[in-house]
Design a protein around this ligand. Structure first.
Ligand code: S3P
Length: 172
């Protein structure tokens, strides 16, 4: 029999697009038997757009961020979950206050690693990654913000998602 955990699992995985939030989130949720809440998927459900990239383009960034914040406010009340928000939640400073009850784990990788990880189709599905120069600038702008938000940081460079999920699960 597994012993009950002494504290609820409330873990948010933050990081740049392609840092592994969804993949690692899925693995962690499975290992810990808690729901995975993925804001991109909820945006797709809520808008009826075929993909989150389409929702971003159709709504425009400002409306997209407002919807993302509304959904985040909703999911942040969950008793237990692994939360995988879009990489842009750190663009709205007020979003941080929604996550005070959460462990916030920053999945770090250098930009070059992230860019190489994503196949062309995955980059094309993300409007903000279409132009490499702009994506680098965005990465540089966000890196210190991810770090300022995070309660923990995991270096994902050169590692398999399973190994990273194991490390996070062990430290909860
Ligand atoms: C965005 C990240 C995307 C998605 C949207 C905007 C961003 O999610 O929400 O394209 O601003 O970083 P992922 O981080 O899951 O790719």
């Amino acid at each position: 029999m597994t012993s009950p955990r002494s504290h609820p699992v409330r873990v948010a995985l933050i990081g740049f697009m392609g840092s592994g939030k969804s993949t690692i989130g899925q693995l962690l949720a499975g290992r810990l038997q808690v729901p995975l809440l993925d804001t991109d998927s909820l945006i797709v459900q809520r808008t009826g757009c075929p993909t989150v990239g389409d929702a971003f383009v159709t709504l425009g960034e400002a409306a997209f961020r407002r919807l993302e914040s509304t959904i985040l406010a909703d999911v942040a009340t969950a008793d237990e979950a692994i939360l995988s928000p879009g990489g842009g939640i750190v663009m709205v400073p007020d979003n941080r206050a929604l996550l005070t009850a959460w462990r916030i784990i920053f999945l770090y990788a250098p930009f070059s690693t992230i860019f190489d990880r994503l196949v062309l189709a995955e980059r094309e599905a993300r409007p903000l990654l279409k132009e490499k120069e702009r994506a680098v600038a965005l990465y540089d702008q966000r890196l210190p913000v991810y770090r300022a938000w995070a309660t923990d940081e995991v270096d994902t460079t050169g590692r398999q998602p399973d190994d990273i999920a194991d490390e996070i699960a062990m430290h909860l």
